[in-house]
Design a protein around this ligand. Structure first.
Ligand SMILES: O=C(O)CCC(=O)C(=O)O
Ligand SMILES: [Fe+2]
Length: 220
């Protein structure tokens, strides 16, 4: 595949091949709608909670999933580690938002992009996310990441190690970040959130919301 990114064109910044930052991509209205939807999903059918990792560690971010439930190493339809309920459906409007996001980032149509899960993460002032790969999907399709609320440092690294080289990027409310192609399985993380930097007009009085859409490559 040929990626039609062009560095410095408009508001699009190429961080690594296939990894693109589009600052201020979401309008205030879109951010408000996403906050409303995420707030509803956070209450059920599966409540937002701190994911417990296989070795017993507890993530500092709180997460709720739609489409498929992520259990830190696999995806299931039911949240067996929470309340056993089937997760909320992945809405078509969100898939459409994902296609628009890819078009903005890569400057070409991606009509065949069919994300089927979203992980919705909430960061309070203390929350962090360590360097990791998004690798539980059986698909190399891009990940679309949307941020709302408090600003953060997003660390985007390489596909080989958790360490350097990496680039620290400031993600603000409304920013889009897409990683696909050669960067799809790059390590990344959130080492710092800046409390109190978000605009309460989004509907989020405090904290940071991040939504990542993915293609699981699973069926059933
Ligand atoms: O919060 C972010 O910006 C990144 C979230 C992330 O990497 C993940 O959910 O896998
Ligand atoms: Fe991730």
């Amino acid at each position: 595949m040929r990626w039609n990114y062009r560095e410095g064109v408009g508001n699009v910044r190429e961080i690594a091949p296939g990894a693109v930052h589009v600052p201020g991509w979401l309008s205030m209205e879109e951010q408000q709608e996403l906050v409303r939807s995420c707030r509803a999903w956070a209450t059920g059918p599966v409540p937002m909670r701190h994911t417990v990792l296989p070795r017993g560690g507890v993530m500092s971010v709180q997460t709720v999933c739609v489409g498929w439930h992520w259990q830190s190493y696999r995806y299931t339809r039911t949240a067996d580690d929470v309340n056993g309920r089937v997760v909320a459906e992945f809405p078509e409007w969100m898939a459409e938002l994902g296609r628009r996001a890819l078009k903005a980032a890569y400057m070409r149509d991606h009509d065949d992009y069919r994300p089927d899960t979203a992980l919705i993460n909430f960061y309070d002032g203390q929350a962090r996310m360590g360097m990791h790969q998004d690798k539980d999907e059986r698909s190399g399709a891009p990940v679309v990441s949307l941020s709302i609320g408090d600003a953060c440092v997003f660390r985007f690294g390489n596909t080989e190690t958790r360490g350097r080289p990496y680039t620290d990027i400031g993600l603000d409310s409304g920013d889009l970040f897409v990683f696909g192609g050669p960067s799809r399985f790059a390590y990344h993380g959130v080492p710092k959130v800046f409390p109190g930097t978000g605009d309460p007009d989004t509907g989020l009085a405090s904290g940071r919301l991040n939504i990542t859409m993915r293609v699981t490559g699973l069926s059933g």
